[in-house]
Design a protein around this ligand. Sequence first.
Ligand code: BV8
Length: 251
Amino acid sequence: MRWIDRFDPETSLDDVTPDLPIVVLTGAGISKESGLDTFRDADGVWRRHSLEDLATPEGFARNPALVQGFYNSRRTQLATVQPNPAHQALARLEAAWPGGVLVVTQNVDDLHERAGSRNLIHMHGELAKVRCLECEAVAHHLADLDEASACGGCGSTGRMRPHIVWFGEMPFEMERIWAALAGCGLFVSVGTSGTVYPAAGFVADVRHRGMAHTLELNLEPSEGASLFAETRYGPASLIVPAFVDELLGRL
Ligand code: BV8
């Protein structure tokens, strides 16, 4: 039997009562209108740089200076961008929705927290944090990293890496994410191409249980679009606030 045949009958937003928890997955598309590049659009990061050289442990081992430079320039860019109405709308939803809202972001920027989201998981890590390869200490750090950078915990130098999940590494807080997906009444995906796993598999995980409504909010259909019970397309800064206003208008 094909996996898709086991999905339960269609759901709708009408099934999403205020007591039900909401899980929102976000990707690079939600930060695009803040001025941060996505990865796979025509002008995306992986169109200009080699993913293998810059976002894998092997690439870091081969040329740490190249990888540190890539993340240093992206970390520096954080100070030049602001949250947009889509980030702000999700923070409003979290503050007002009785059933609770968890934002699981693939993004490594800090725009969700700067918009006011608190119940937030950075499953792919954070640009504003660094980790010591010696003692595993994680620290908030906005300056450049290089071979002279010292760990604030153990004092080792030249052993600091970006606190980022590279390809082939296990994303953070997966148990907490899977538990939230299992218990949610609404799963919303915003601004992601549905290319990278395990995040790209979350909608199927939710649909397989057949209880939650699933909604894709994106600029264009993602690779997983057919798995969503409902889809709405347009720029995140427009369609996410409109969706949040509609949902809160039902309270
Ligand atoms: C793991 C680092 C297991 C941070 C990133 C073969 C098949 C299936 C899976 C695999 C496979 N081979 C390997 C794998 C696993 C691999 C994977 O999925 N590879 C893919 C490429 C096939 N996954 C992993 O390795 C993950 N780890 O599986 O571990 C494991 C098990 C045991 C033990 C150890 C390990 C780790 C994945 C994380 C990798 N790190 N980045 C950084 O530098 O930023 S992933 C990278 O892609 C980014 O972090 C980003 O978050 C992520 C997803 O990209 P999107 O956010 O979706 O961005 P994208 O550009 O693709 O799309 C943007 C979307 O926005 C588009 O749809 C566009 O239309 C839309 N958009 C644009 N503008 C707007 C908009 N939407 C709304 N409004 C707009 N204005």
